[in-house]
Each structure stands twice: as C-alpha cells, then as structure tokens.
Design a protein around this ligand. Structure first.
Ligand SMILES: Nc1ncnc2c1ncn2[C@@H]1O[C@H](COP(=O)(O)OP(=O)(O)OP(=O)(O)O)[C@@H](O)[C@H]1O
Length: 257
C-alpha cells in the first residue's frame, strides 16, 4: 500500500473534467469522462492499450480539443484559452513522458538549465545554479551534475528527466508510464521518487501506468478507464475487489495469481 500519508485538499480540484467525449472517425475513444484531481493528490489512471489515456492527457494540456465536455485546469477553462494563455498554463504543468529524452550532447547541468533559461527571462546565474543543485538533490543525483546522459543508467536518466520538469516548480505533474522499461528495483526507486515529489513539492499528479506495483505504491486513488469511461474509481483494493473480467486480468497478470 501507499506508504506516505498525503496532504490532500478535497475542496480544491486542480483538474476538473465533466462529460468529456472524444472520437476519431467511428471510434468513440472517450465517452463521457468525469474526473477531479484534488490538490496534493496522486491519481493513477489505468487502462488497456488504446483506451485513450494519452488522448486524455492531450485534452487536459490543450493539445487536442474534445467533441463535448469541459476541462478546468488550475481554475482555467482550457477550451477558452488563447494559444499564449495555454502556453502559460503548460509551464505550470510538469510533463514526465517516456519520450521526454535528455539532450545527449549536453551535461546533466546544461539539460537542467535549459527549461529555466527558456522560460524564466532575467534569471541570474546564481539563481540557476541554486535551482539546479536543489532539483538534483531532490532526485538524489547531485554527483551526476557534470556527467553526460550516456554515462547514466536508465533509472538515473528517468530521475534527471523528472528533475528537469521539477525545476520550473510545477503545480501539477503528469507522469506517462514512469516505470516502463525499468528493472524492478529501479521501479521501486521511481515510485518512491514520485511520492517524495508529492511531499516535497506539494504537487498534484496524474500517473498513467500499467504497472500495478507503481499504482499501489503511488496512487492515493485509482481511476480505471473501461469502455471510454472511468467506471472504477477508488482506493487500490476497492478498484480490484471485483470479478469484472475487464479488471481481473490486470491484477492477475501483475501479481501472478
Ligand atoms: N490523432 C489521432 N487520430 C486518430 N486516432 C487517434 C489519434 N490519437 C489517438 N487515436 C486513437 O485513439 C485511441 C486511444 O489512443 P491513446 O494513445 O490515447 O491510447 P493509450 O490508452 O494511451 O494507449 P497505450 O497504453 O498503448 O499508450 C487509439 O485507438 C488511437 O489509435
């Protein structure tokens, strides 16, 4: 079970979605999504491949427009924002995506400086150095500051990718399959890091994963996408207390029953 007691404000939804629908041609991917992400909460989104998890993230970040429904993020109606306002909103969201690769030709320090220099005009050298050292310490990799990405393990690269996101002090974190392709021990480290980020940065997070160990150890709540809707939402044990043949195989496969 999740081992950190989270400080969640259930009166404050940082993401609020109602009646969201999205189709591509004849395929109705999302068929009426309702979802609240509360301040301080880690919410895990589970679902089979192709059920629309990435589409949901793209709708939340304004990269796709829905056919129906509303999306509020940090008090903003995403569908009403101008391009510039959307860009400003996205800076407040940290994206930890599988393909958010590090720049191979830059040291860890330069990789971490990059988003700061681009997004914080007028920032001083001292402030940059301070921010880099703080996020590296947060992900436990201070010693790698002058290394190249090719000298790091997969787990270390993942941590630096998360540090690069944290450097802009995001209010919301979106993790897309954070443990994919990592060995079990590194997975545990990444799960712990997600929980530490929640505690230390007071972020609210959506974590998309197929890894139920990750779901169990990071999720304050689990939302399972079934047939285009969140049909099972709750604590980990509640979500899996069912004989539903769409749900059981997830559990059985992950825990070898
Ligand atoms: N721009 C697009 N145009 C047409 N179809 C799309 C588009 N984006 C997504 N789809 C379709 O929507 C469905 C949901 O895709 P999505 O990438 O959200 O799945 P997913 O749940 O994230 O899957 P996975 O776990 O494999 O990453 C898929 O059938 C996909 O082909």
């Amino acid at each position: 079970m999740k081992h950190t007691a989270a400080n969640i404000d259930h009166n404050n939804a940082v993401i609020s979605i109602r009646g969201l629908e999205k189709s591509f041609g004849d395929y109705d991917v999302l068929r009426g999504i309702d979802l609240d992400l509360y301040q301080g909460e880690n919410l895990v989104v589970l679902g089979r491949s192709g059920t629309g998890k990435s589409v949901l993230i793209k709708l939340i970040s304004g990269l796709l427009r829905p056919d129906k429904g509303s999306i509020k993020v940090l008090g903003n109606d995403v569908l009403m924002l101008s391009t510039k306002e959307l860009q400003e909103l996205r800076i407040r969201i940290g994206f930890s995506f599988q393909n958010s690769a590090l720049y191979d030709s830059m040291t860890v320090r330069k990789n971490l400086e990059f988003p700061l220099v681009r997004n914080r005009k007028g920032i001083t050298r001292g402030e940059i150095d301070n921010a880099v050292e703080t996020v590296l310490d947060a992900v436990g990799l201070s010693q790698t500051i002058n290394q190249m990405p090719s000298e790091l393990s997969g787990g270390q690269r993942k941590r630096i990718g998360i540090a690069r996101t944290l450097i802009l002090n995001p209010e919301i974190m979106l993790y897309d399959e954070p443990t994919a392709g990592l060995d079990p021990i590194t997975c545990i480290e990444i799960n712990d890091l997600i929980n530490e980020v929640q505690q230390r940065y007071h972020t609210s997070s959506i974590i998309i994963t197929h890894d139920l160990t990750c779901a169990k150890s990071t999720g304050d709540r689990i939302a399972m996408l079934l047939d285009g809707q969140f049909q099972r939402v709750g604590k980990f044990d509640e979500v899996f207390a069912t004989d539903d043949e769409r749900v059981k195989p997830f559990f059985d496969y992950n825990f070898i029953q």
